[in-house]
Design a protein around this ligand. Structure first.
Ligand code: SF4
Length: 250
């Protein structure tokens, strides 16, 4: 995680420096340019980029406060959420350019998202929680089709589905398997949850979190001891912690 944070900080600093430099060059050219229309245009663009840099700095302050105090006001939550959805694609593109590990940026993004959700202290009833699981959690040679109905699992214990079903029964929480974004959206439409716990790889988690917009999504990154998308695992304790977090106390 230390390396993830370092990558994230490097990309953010470079991005901010790049934007500041563009804004500075713009102002410099506009002051030395003789053409009035061109000067006006460059000043306008430089002002916009300058505002983006200020917006960036403001959100970094929100992030530092969030990490330190685990608190976020409603207004800052909305601002920061917009900031993340606006800057996230930029961060990914800059990371690609620098050939950094993109998954490390996605992991930090998921962690920040989880921090925001935890800071909001959202409480719902057990039947308002939906757990979305990736299909790759199922043992690859299992013959039972669990994508339509996870209850088809015969609880043999060869994969985490057995333990997950145990958790879902213990807390009376709905749990489904989604083979992709379309099916995940269909499950959400069907069950209309008020809170989601999503298990997936970094890429699917971040796109799911960005997709959900208003719904709170706690992300749990899956473990991939056999490589991507094949017989993956999930930390059951982390999943249970996520359920407990959302649950209202009796
Ligand atoms: S635990 Fe369930 S899903 Fe996993 S291999 Fe056994 S029967 Fe299949």
């Amino acid at each position: 995680m230390k390396r993830d944070k370092l990558n994230f900080i490097i990309v953010n600093i470079l991005l901010m420096m790049l934007l500041s430099l563009i804004s500075f060059i713009g102002f410099y050219i506009s002051l030395s340019s003789g053409m009035n229309l061109m000067r006006f245009f460059i000043i306008f663009i430089s002002l916009i980029i300058g505002c983006i840099v200020l917006f960036f700095i403001w959100n970094i302050i929100i992030l530092i406060k969030l990490v330190k105090s685990r608190e976020i006001s409603k207004l800052n939550y909305k601002i920061f959420k917009r900031f993340l959805s606006f800057f996230y694609p930029l961060l990914i593109n800059v990371s690609k350019l620098l050939q950094l590990d993109i998954d490390s940026i996605r992991r930090v993004f998921t962690k920040i998202n989880n921090l925001m959700i935890l800071a909001k202290d959202i409480k719902v009833r057990s039947n308002e929680i939906l757990i979305l699981l990736p299909h790759c959690l199922q043992y690859s040679k299992c013959q039972y089709k669990i994508t339509n109905n996870i209850e088809n699992c015969r609880l043999c214990g060869k994969c985490n589905i057995k333990d997950i079903l145990g958790l879902c029964n213990k807390y009376n929480v709905k749990c489904v398997v989604a083979t992709g974004g379309t099916l995940a959206r269909a499950w959400i439409k069907k069950y209309k949850p008020k809170a989601i716990i999503a298990v997936a790889c970094e890429r699917d988690l971040t796109s799911g979190i960005n997709d959900a917009k208003v719904l709170p999504v706690l992300g749990v990154v899956n473990e991939r001891p056999n490589g991507p998308c094949f017989n993956t695992r999930v930390n059951i304790d982390k999943l249970e912690d996520a359920i407990k977090f959302f649950l209202e106390e009796d």
